[in-house]
Every structure is written in structure tokens, then in C-alpha cells.
Design a protein around this ligand. Structure first.
Ligand code: CTP
Length: 416
């Protein structure tokens, strides 16, 4: 047998296998975890036993496989409460849409869900399902709930489904990718791994939310941005160890923990706050800045004069904050990240914005009303750089933020 670094030496993993065709990969996962020194205990749902046998899983894991909440022997021997406690990490792979729905709803009508409800351990979930099931709003809602509960995700990936040959997002991550996520999570828990805080010592500047451009003391031009994505990025950057300044337009969200927040109203205020906050190692412009503002702000409320003639609204262009900062000769942040909110020709327009605005990365998202991005909880993004385009599956905004921050951290230029 090949030698492996014992990266998981002494670690106890409880692997919960749910019922999906990807369960066959879990057998390989057991082997990979054990090769690295982990001990693996296995729980299988009833559905899982339709795809692989407890005997095979037990032989690879080297122990009993637990399947039944009401099995007298195993409940007396170990019991679901002990299963929920006697490990360093729980891995659910494959996690079906049904099991994730049960987790999100707090159900406990079988051994797997009872263990997951009873545990205080970190839980890593590797979803596997048909792309339509993954994309369904119910699944996306459940994922958002699970992430908010602190559960970590590995995958799913894009690819062809084993059963239908259909392409889309929903394929379970490969066992080695899940092993890497396990290693990262456990080393992060030990606090020993600097890669868990890849932005330590960096200053990250984030803009978020809409801007309001006053017409008169009571009216303004605005847009539908909720600020959720930008706030989530600021929080994720702080969690990754950065010192974070968030310049936020008018939104009703609380300051993310550990982030220094400057609240502004107009595009011009936002530009001024950004300039004051510089220098930064990374600047991420997630705000939906109003492109135009009324040319003249009336000091008093505009009144109807009874003639039926509508007062003209003259507008003028706002400064482009991203382009201004990205084109700075002095004090340009090492990495400048812009967003592109598009409804048509998303990738083409985003690629044009990359060069026009002078950004290093453009995060493109399709904000057509059908996608419910503006104000919604999920986002589908494409990362556009000079090297090419990387597309991610639809994910909750918090997860987009977490992944984005780690993706960006790997691209920060080292200072000369
Ligand atoms: N942006 C900015 N200042 C502006 C307008 C946009 O900083 N006055 C930034 C946004 O924060 C985002 C990027 O530029 O990072 C692209 O914004 P977007 O609204 O997609 O594009 P626009 O520049 O407004 O172009 P268009 O309206 O033609 O799509």
C-alpha cells in the first residue's frame, strides 16, 4: 500500500451515508480517510443500503455499521447520543436533498437524522442530487438554513449525473476533495493551520448596497440592491483574518462582527469614504452604485403646480468608484475586484467591464428578475479574469462570499 501523510492521525470521523447513487464513492472515501490515519465509524440510512451494503462499508471501516435508531443491540452498545458525540467531525456524504431537508427542519425519525440533531460536532455536508433538485428553491432554502447553522459544504460539483447522464450542478465532490475539506476543517479547529486565516494582516475594503441620489428632501433615485452579498463578503473577509472596512450605502443590515463600517448615502459620499479608507491590499466593489444623480437637488420638496405639466428630471453621471480606484497610479490596491450586474450577454458584458474599468477580477452575476438575485438569498456567479472565466453553481450568498474570499486570497500579489 502506498504511504500517505498521516494528516488525520488520531481523528475520529463519523461518516453518514445517505441513499443516492453517489454512495458508491463513499466506500472510496472511507478508504481515503483511513489511509490518512483517521478512524471511521459509519451510519447508513435505509436508502443508502439500497445502493451499497453495510457489510462492504463495515469491512472497509473495520467495524459495525449503524443503520437503525431502534435496534436494541446497537442502541445498547453505542446509542445515537454516543454516536453524536464520540467523534471529531461528522461527514454526510452523499447528503441527499431529503436528508438536508430533515436537517434543516430538525427532524429525527431515523438514526442519521437523530444523530445530526443530537450533535454539537462540526458537520461537513457533501450534497449529491439531480441538478433540478439542487436548483429547486426548497433545497436552496435548506442549504441557506444549514449554512446559517454553521454547517460546512463540500461541493456539489458540475458534471454529468451518474444515473441520467444529465449535465448540471449536483454531482458529489470526489472523495479526495472531501478529504481535503475534512483536513482543512479539522486543522482549522486546531487553530494550527494558517490557511484557515489566509487574509491575516491584510486590509480589505468592501463597498456594498445601493446609493440614494436625492431629488429633493423627500425623494431619491435608488435601485433594488439589498447589500447582502457585500455584507457577506465583508464578514467572510473578517473571518479569514483580514482587517475589513465596509463602505455601505443605505441598507437596514447590522454591522458584521469585527468589521469597521462607514455608512454613506450617495455615490459621491461613497467615493469619498473609499478614498479615506485607502490604502488597502484588496478592494472589492460590490455596491450597486447609482449611475446617475439628479443634476440639481431641490432644497424644498417639489410640488405639483396644478398645470399637469411634469417637472423635468435632469440627471448627470456619477463618478465610477471602481474605475477611479482601479486606474489610480499611486495607492492602487494590490487586487481590485469589481462586480457586474447584468441582465443580458452576462459574460460578454462582464469581460468588457474587466478592461474598461481596469479591474483584476470581475464577479459577474445575472440579475434578471427571474433569478431573484437582488434582494434574494442566493447568487450564481462567474469569475472573469484575464486568464479566463470560472463559473460557480448557484449558492447561498454567504457561501459565495466564503468561497470568493478564499479564491481571492490565493491571488493577492505578494508585496515587492
Ligand atoms: N461601480 C462603481 N461606481 C459606479 C458604477 C459602478 O464603483 N458609478 C462598480 C460596481 O460597484 C461594480 C462595477 O462597477 O463593481 C460594475 O457595476 P455595474 O452596475 O454592473 O455596471 P455599470 O458600471 O453601472 O455599467 P452598466 O450600467 O453599463 O452595466
Amino acid at each position: 500500500m502506498a504511504d500517505f501523510d498521516a494528516t488525520l492521525q488520531g481523528k475520529r470521523i463519523l461518516l453518514i451515508i445517505a441513499g443516492g447513487i453517489a454512495a458508491y464513492k463513499s466506500l472510496d472515501l472511507i478508504r481515503r480517510l483511513k489511509e490518512r490515519g483517521a478512524t471511521v465509524r459509519v451510519v447508513m440510512t435505509k436508502g443508502a443500503t439500497e445502493f451499497i451494503t453495510p457489510l462492504a462499508a463495515g469491512a472497509l471501516a473495520g467495524g459495525t455499521v449503524y443503520t437503525d435508531l431502534f435496534d436494541r443491540e446497537s442502541e445498547q452498545d453505542v446509542g445515537h447520543i454516543r454516536l453524536a458525540r464520540e467523534a471529531d467531525l461528522i461527514v454526510v456524504a452523499p447528503a441527499t436533498a431529503d436528508l438536508m431537508a430533515k436537517m434543516a427542519g430538525g427532524h429525527a425519525d431515523d438514526l442519521a437524522s437523530a444523530v445530526l440533531l443530537a450533535t454539537k460536532l462540526p458537520v461537513l455536508v457533501a450534497p449529491a442530487m439531480n441538478p433540478a433538485m439542487w436548483a429547486h428553491p426548497a433545497t436552496q432554502r435548506n442549504i441557506a438554513t444549514l449554512l446559517a447553522d454553521g454547517i460546512r459544504l463540500a461541493g456539489p460539483e458540475r458534471g454529468e449525473m451518474a444515473e441520467s447522464g444529465e449535465a448540471g450542478t449536483g454531482r458529489m465532490s470526489e472523495p479526495l476533495a472531501i478529504v481535503a475539506a475534512v483536513e482543512a476543517l479539522l486543522s482549522g479547529d486546531n487553530g494550527a493551520d494558517a490557511s484557515a486565516k489566509p487574509l491575516l494582516g491584510k486590509h480589505v475594503l468592501v463597498t456594498a448596497g445601493p446609493t440614494h441620489e436625492p431629488i429633493d428632501p423627500v425623494r431619491y433615485i435608488a435601485n433594488r440592491s439589498s447589500g447582502k452579498q457585500g455584507f457577506a463578503i465583508a464578514a467572510a473577509a473578517a473571518a479569514a483574518g483580514a482587517r475589513v472596512t465596509l463602505v455601505a450605502g443605505p441598507v437596514g443590515m447590522a454591522d458584521p462582527e469585527g468589521v469597521s463600517v462607514r455608512r454613506v448615502e450617495t455615490a459621491r459620499d461613497m467615493l469619498a469614504a473609499v478614498e479615506i479608507a485607502l490604502p488597502a491590499d484588496i478592494a472589492i466593489f460590490a455596491a450597486a452604485v447609482a449611475d446617475w444623480r439628479p443634476a440639481h437637488e431641490a432644497v424644498s420638496k417639489l410640488k405639483k403646480d396644478g398645470s399637469g405639466i411634469v417637472p423635468p428630471l435632469h440627471v448627470t453621471e456619477n463618478p465610477d468608484i471602481l474605475a477611479t480606484i482601479a486606474h489610480r497610479r499611486d495607492g492602487r490596491p494590490g487586487l481590485v475586484v469589481g462586480f457586474a450586474a447584468e441582465t443580458d450577454d452576462v459574460l460578454e458584458n462582464a469581460t468588457k467591464k474587466l478592461s474598461r474599468k481596469g479591474a483584476d477580477i470581475i464577479v459577474a452575476n445575472d440579475v434578471s428578475p427571474a433569478n431573484n438575485v437582488m434582494g434574494g438569498a442566493a447568487n450564481t456567479v462567474h469569475l472573469v479574469t484575464a486568464e479566463g472565466i470560472e463559473s460557480w453553481p448557484q449558492l447561498p450568498k454567504d457561501e459565495v462570499a466564503r468561497r470568493l474570499v478564499h479564491w481571492i486570497a490565493g491571488r493577492v500579489p505578494t508585496k515587492a
